[in-house]
Design a protein around this ligand. Structure first.
Ligand code: FES
Length: 173
């Protein structure tokens, strides 16, 4: 009898726990779904970013054509020399120099690793001697703040989309 009571109690305990867990998952789903960018937002072919609230070296990531777009404000006059790292390739650096001058030190690059498509992480002090880099956690790819690939498997720099600043609005696409 005691055993029967105990097993019934155990059963009820487990059943309640299971129902609670399922209920919890169901309750969290709408929250998670609302936090994820909508398909429409991710698919948008033009991104408009107000650069007014950007702080230097603070990454802003916005959806653009189903990919993250990395918008970054550089400190004025920031150069490879000031960055202090070693970059064999300076492809993006050279391309972005005139864009930075025209766009109040703000540029947008596509935040998709050119190796196998992971999303690199902005590490403001993550490079050697605390220099800022983009780090791809999938296979250890490293890029400069301009998106030039400097180590690991990425074969080419991060892509630079067409962009134009009018007033404080950066239009990409
Ligand atoms: S996907 Fe980025 S290093 Fe492989």
């Amino acid at each position: 009898m005691g055993e029967e009571k105990l097993s019934r109690r155990k059963f009820l305990g487990r059943a309640t726990g299971t129902v609670g867990a399922v209920g919890g998952v169901c309750a969290l789903y709408p929250v998670a779904a609302s936090l994820a960018p909508s398909k429409a937002a991710m698919a948008q072919s033009v991104a408009k970013i107000n650069i007014n609230d950007l702080n230097e070296f603070e990454l802003k990531s916005v959806p653009y054509k189903g990919k993250p777009l990395f918008v970054m404000k550089f400190p004025p006059g920031y150069s490879l020399e000031k960055w202090g790292g070693t970059a064999k390739e300076k492809i993006n650096y050279e391309k972005l120099k005139p864009i930075l001058e025209k766009q109040k030190n703000v540029v947008a690059i596509i935040g998709v690793c050119t190796h196998l498509g992971c999303i690199p992480i902005w590490e403001k002090n993550g490079g050697k001697n605390g220099i800022p880099i983009y780090y791809c956690p999938c296979h250890g790819g490293v890029y400069t703040p301009w998106g030039d690939n400097i180590s690991g498997p990425p074969p080419i720099p991060l892509h630079i989309p067409k962009q134009k600043l009018v007033g404080d609005i950066l239009t990409v696409g």
